[in-house]
Design a binder for this molecule. Sequence first.
Ligand code: AMP
Length: 144
Amino acid sequence: MPETIFDKIIRGQIPCHRVYDDAFTLAFLDINPIAPGHTLVIPKHAAVTLGELDDESAAAIGRVLPRICRAVCAATGASQYNVLQNNGPLAHQAVMHVHFHVIPRNPRGEHRDEAGLGVRWNATAIDHAMAGQLAARMRSLLSP
Ligand code: AMP
């Protein structure tokens, strides 16, 4: 897969504000933060989307994410946060190397949602007939 700026950060060719580092994962501050403390958590072994990630990297990220969320909150004073993970350009992925955004909310006790992450959530009523078919299809894809 084509190299991204995150590969250069992993190799130390581009500087970053490092937050966490182990054999499989790296966390650093986002260069254009939505809120102070906005942190990115990435696997060192590159994959474009979460679905393409190898099990070892996925497990390593899963192990460390909650710890990083706690550190982001403790360092910023936030008690609430979003974990955001974009896959593909239609899903707003700009850097084609899997990454999780940890975005603290309301870190200084300011008014809710005055700045920072805006989420539009255009919910619809479920179509139970279609949902039943989709869930059955997913179950069969996921069955060992
Ligand atoms: P996404 O839209 O989910 O692909 O987000 C990519 C994120 O990477 C954006 O929030 C960028 O600000 C961030 N980013 C891009 N280049 C760098 C960099 N050199 N250091 C830190 N964060 C970066």
